[in-house]
Design a protein around this ligand. Structure first.
Ligand code: ADP
Ligand code: ZN
Length: 515
């Protein structure tokens, strides 16, 4: 076992830090004591030290499995600059480069070796000749199809533990809910791993959700309020990234679109320009950002709703890694929800994906402190409201929504739970269109009972009712609205329903601080 003095001295000597970040020392010690560890720490929390420091203190080589081939060179250059002998092995190297590497490994001149999971089989022969003292699995959530970034090549990593049963393993990720954590440990065959869960609270990130109407106009206004600041706009499709980038470029902003459809070179170039502040804004799909080490991203906008809270939290986590105040803004639109439901429906893991999307939607529709909701999703409870989210800054006024709810629920009841949200609103507002007339809904008792509430407001009220469990959406049945046990209490037992006052909410949003 290594003493704490030596550990602290190594931290100072090679990394230049006087103190550890929360959990780092505990993790380093556990690794040095030969235990298996699972580290869940937000982006920017300081995961690298957790294996790089032990690598220096252990005999032999530390193997780091990382999916980010594009970044390996930078990571290795960074370590070399600190006097740490590191290298990498991946498919981008020439045979000569690989030969040279094998020579260095044989001489014991390398302490840390980065390896892409896809390259593991090519490296097989070398493995048996090396003395491996630690195996680190970076971005470990990629092994789990429960997580949000599943990579098939990761599933092969399970055999490492069998091959090196007495070599400690450390798995690291910025994102894993409970089910994913267990899946990671199972698949890596480290069921006894010590789990280190760092606080996910990022107090410097302000949280805001806005209705996704006139998004481009809202974004341009936002950018004018944040001149010169670096930021990322996440979109669901490649096409959207390009459309927004074009639109913003023509408005005079410095923008690039980034997605997996671009050539590799072009992607690296955009990353570099963004990191060097040559480009101010990147409009990107989720392909952008994993592993991007840029500390001064001042804002992250989600043009579309992310498919789950893990993705959302990881993406907003790319803002403010330097700890300075940073802004996040999520646009919420019902059409995104429908689109994501379709994707989830087609995915192999349909039920899980739909349930996760539902949580995401509830977050976006929340009428209580958003940070509390986010952190509780990761199993962390904070006592006080955060004061740095839109709900905390402008708490909604509640109104007695019982009558509104009764109108909607009895309409759903009268159409025998066979219609989606749009038709229900049409009926209540007395619309004269095919979706009403084709089925003679103009004869219903609730036809035209709520013309005084606008279409948009009805939509918002219905979403609130859905979130509060008064209505269900049958995803598998063309999104027909269904009644629930709770809605029957409103219809038949006169339960009181509270709804957020929409005019109040709108007013409050207009008043949000302009900085
Ligand atoms: P992660 O991999 O969790 O996203 P990194 O390991 O890249 O985080 O670390 C994030 C940033 O924090 C880096 O700039 C790193 O140099 C810095 N850092 C890590 N540990 C410490 C520490 N103990 N003291 C000060 N800075 C640290
Ligand atoms: Zn809050």
């Amino acid at each position: 076992m290594q003493d704490t003095k030596k550990i602290a001295a190594t931290l100072k000597e090679y990394f230049g830090y006087d103190t550890f970040r929360p959990l780092q020392e505990k993790i380093v010690t556990s690794v040095l004591n030969g235990h298996d560890n699972l580290v869940i720490m937000p982006t920017g929390g300081g995961k690298s030290i957790c294996y790089q420091l032990p690598a220096l203190l252990l005999e032999g080589i530390t193997l780091v499995i990382s999916p980010l081939i594009a970044l390996m060179k930078d990571q290795v250059d960074g370590l070399n600059a600190n006097g740490i002998p590191a290298s990498f092995f991946n498919s981008s190297q020439t045979v000569e480069e690989q030969q040279e590497l094998f020579g260095q490994l044989a001489e014991g001149a390398i302490k840390i070796l980065y390896l892409a999971p896809e390259s593991l089989s090519l490296f097989e022969g070398a493995l048996s000749t090396l003395s491996i003292s630690l195996i680190a699995i970076d971005e470990a959530h990629c092994i789990s199809s429960w997580g949000h970034d599943f990579r098939p090549a990761y599933t092969r990593l399970g055999y490492l533990k069998e091959r090196f049963p007495s070599t400690p393993m450390i798995a690291l990720t910025a994102t894993a809910d409970k089910a994913t954590r267990k899946d990671i440990c199972d698949q890596l065959r480290i069921p006894e791993a010590t789990v280190h869960l760092a606080s996910f609270d990022r107090e410097n990130l302000s949280l805001e959700v806005r209705a996704g109407t006139k998004r481009i106009e809202q974004i341009i206004r936002f950018l004018n309020q944040h001149p010169e600041e670096s930021g990322i706009i996440y979109c669901l499709s490649r096409k959207t990234t390009e459309a927004i980038a074009d639109r913003l470029t023509s408005t005079g902003f410095s923008v690039a679109a980034y997605h997996a459809g671009l050539a590799h070179d072009q992607r690296s170039k955009i990353q570099e320009q963004f990191i060097n502040d040559t480009i101010q804004i990147v409009c990107a799909t989720i392909a952008f950002g994993m592993g991007i080490d840029k500390s001064n991203v001042r804002w992250v906008i989600h043009y579309n709703l992310p498919k789950n809270i893990e993705s959302y939290y990881q993406e907003i986590g790319r803002a403010g890694r330097d700890g300075l105040p940073s802004t996040t803004l999520l646009f919420h639109s019902y059409s995104d929800v429908i689109q994501l439901q379709k994707f989830a429906d087609q995915s192999g893991n349909k039920e899980v994906q739909l349930a996760k999307l539902e949580r995401m939607k509830q977050y976006a529709d929340a009428l209580s402190c958003r940070r509390k909701i986010l952190l509780s999703y990761f199993g962390e409870i904070i006592e006080e409201d955060c004061g740095n989210c839109d709900v905390c800054k402008n708490p909604p006024q509640f109104i007695d929504g019982t009558i509104i709810a009764q109108k909607a629920l009895s309409t759903i009841y009268r159409v025998k739970e066979q219609e989606p949200i749009g038709t229900i609103i049409d009926i209540m507002r007395g619309a004269q269109n095919a979706s009403v007339y084709d089925k003679n809904y103009q004869q219903l008792k609730t036809y035209g009972i709520a013309r005084d509430i606008s279409w948009k407001d009805w939509q918002q009220y219905l979403i609130q009712l859905i979130n509060q469990g008064y209505i269900e959406i049958a995803f598998d049945q063309h999104n027909k609205l269904r009644l629930t046990a709770r809605s029957r209490k409103v219809l038949f037992e006169k339960e009181t329903v509270l709804l957020a006052h929409l005019q109040e909410l709108e007013k409050a949003k207009e008043k949000l601080p302009v900085t």
